[in-house]
Design a protein around this ligand. Structure first.
Ligand SMILES: C[S@@+](CC[C@H](N)C(=O)[O-])C[C@H]1O[C@@H](n2cnc3c(N)ncnc32)[C@H](O)[C@@H]1O
Length: 468
């Protein structure tokens, strides 16, 4: 059973698919009919009579057991950031947040030394009344939830349920299912071969000649000025000697569907978002953002979901190309021509869970552009990587960037650009902002330790004593 539509092309094969529910009817239906199908699946779900944190601990245990049972995950560290790593990542997060706060170009220029420079000895304290406990990031689900579907992907290997936590009754929910939810789920980017002839050629030429693809030498840009999708790298793949199982395969955990994800609606204005019931360490690739790759002229002006994935005159990309002497001349010419065009990933009709990520002015994920097997825009993927430790249930967010106009942001992060502290924090330097983020991270870590890990440990010791 194909997952991607038959009239589209893709640079990568689809992952394994085991049908869950009536997928065939769903994909062959119109958007209106799909909404009707979803409407008929809506149910009320009650959490078993137990403490919320007990449910979190159960999920945590189950997840740990899954990791331990997988020999390929032996090296993967499912734990808090170490103090050394956390310093680096917090600084990156602070820089991102500061740059985004300073939207005024002149201010950004004037204060650049405060953001990047060395003059950072003095520490500005958080404003009076600032309470890091207010930013624990926790989203506690209501005891009764409304489930729209148990699996939006229709794939048993990658089940993603959808909940709406803002409806009061099942009937109210049924009248409020948006069309935007009825997109076709894809795990791999697709290309329309009729409308994007050059991209289709690039896929074919890469498939035809082993010279045009292969395991690319990894170059990872660590410079903190690289923002959002400007950040770019390579991912190792099955074509590599390690069979795609080394640390350089940014898609490894994603292809394993390691992290259980849920789509949920916490607020009528924010709409749907994403969360995971398990702990995800900082620096982890969690999911891909998939869609249809298309040139700028095909992207609608009202599109809320699209991200630019390639840029004309992209110096970084030229550097990559320079390192690939094996590519055939014709392929090289095609790539050079393709990279004069701005391409976008549009998940409006074909997409995945990534399109549901809400915006935050201090996000816990970042999109990274990853080339795999070759260097055409069709071989590019957006990978969403955590910028900080994400504790169970916390909404997974990205920064939509300064070009995206949100009427009023409801991210509730400490440095929200429409929040009360924006003017104060934009005068901070990176060191001072890192210090604020550290205080917030400490609160989150302590909460998790106290409410989930410590009781789990106590319970395990008690059981052990009873067994003896
Ligand atoms: C890419 S979509 C994200 C998925 C969307 N929430 C949905 O339900 O389909 C972007 C839209 O989500 C909403 N949104 C996301 N983050 C938000 C935030 N922090 N504050 C307010 N609205 C937000 C806005 O309506 C925005 O135009």
């Amino acid at each position: 059973m194909a997952q991607a539509p038959p009239n589209k092309m893709k640079a990568r094969p689809d992952p394994p698919f085991l049908m869950d529910g009536d997928y065939t009817t769903y994909v062959n239906s119109s958007v209106k009919e799909r909404v009707e199908i979803l409407r008929n699946q809506c149910i009320e779900v009650h959490r078993p009579q137990e403490n919320y944190f007990k449910a979190v601990a159960r999920e945590h245990n189950r997840f740990r057991a899954r990791i331990q049972a997988d020999p390929e995950l032996k090296e993967w560290k499912h734990d808090f950031m170490t103090e050394k790593d956390s310093g680096v990542l917090r600084r990156i997060l602070a820089q991102r947040t500061l740059l985004a706060l300073c939207t005024d170009e002149s201010l950004k220029k004037k204060d650049e030394h405060l953001v990047f420079g060395r003059k950072q000895k003095e520490l500005t304290p958080p404003p009076p009344g600032f309470d890091p406990k207010k930013y624990d990031g926790m989203y506690r689900t209501p005891d009764v939830r409304f489930q729209i579907t148990s699996n939006l992907t229709f794939n048993k290997y990658n089940p993603i349920p959808v909940y709406c936590d803002v409806s009061n009754t099942l009937d109210e929910l049924k009248t409020n299912i948006p069309d935007t939810l009825a997109f076709q789920y894809i795990n791999v980017n697709v290309v329309d071969p009729v409308k994007e002839i050059h991209l289709a050629n690039a896929i074919e030429m890469a498939n035809e000649s082993p010279n045009n693809r292969g395991s690319l030498k990894p170059i990872l840009f660590k410079h903190s000025r690289e923002m959002f999708y400007g950040y770019c790298g390579f991912s190792c793949s099955k074509l590599c000697g390690c069979d795609g199982k080394c640390d350089l395969n940014a898609m490894f955990l994603i292809e394993k569907n390691l992290f259980p994800l849920e789509i949920f609606r916490p607020d009528p204005i924010i709409g749907f978002g994403i969360r995971s019931p398990v702990f995800i360490p900082a620096g982890t690739p969690v999911m891909e953002f998939t869609g249809e790759i298309m040139s700028r002229k095909r992207v609608g002006s009202e599109n809320n979901y699209t991200y630019q994935c390639s840029y004309h005159n992209d110096d970084k990309w030229r550097l990559f190309l320079g390192q690939q002497p094996r590519f055939n001349d014709n392929y090289r010419k095609l790539l050079l021509a393709l990279h004069q065009i701005d391409y976008y990933v549009d998940p409006t009709f074909y997409g995945n869970v990534g399109r549901m990520a809400a915006h935050s002015c201090c996000p816990n994920m970042e999109m990274i552009r990853i080339f795999r097997e070759s260097l055409s825009p069709a071989h590019l993927s957006f990978v969403m990587v955590t910028l900080e430790d994400v504790f169970p249930g916390t909404p997974l967010t990205i920064d939509y960037g300064s070009l995206y106009e949100l009427e009023s942001c409801k991210c509730n992060s400490f440095a929200c650009r429409s929040g009360p502290n924006a003017d104060v924090f934009k005068k901070f330097n990176t060191l001072s902002l890192t210090n604020v983020i550290r205080k917030i991270h400490n609160v989150r870590r302590q909460n998790f330790q106290r409410s989930v890990l410590d009781p789990m440990q106590k319970f395990a010791s008690k059981t052990e004593r009873m067994d003896n």
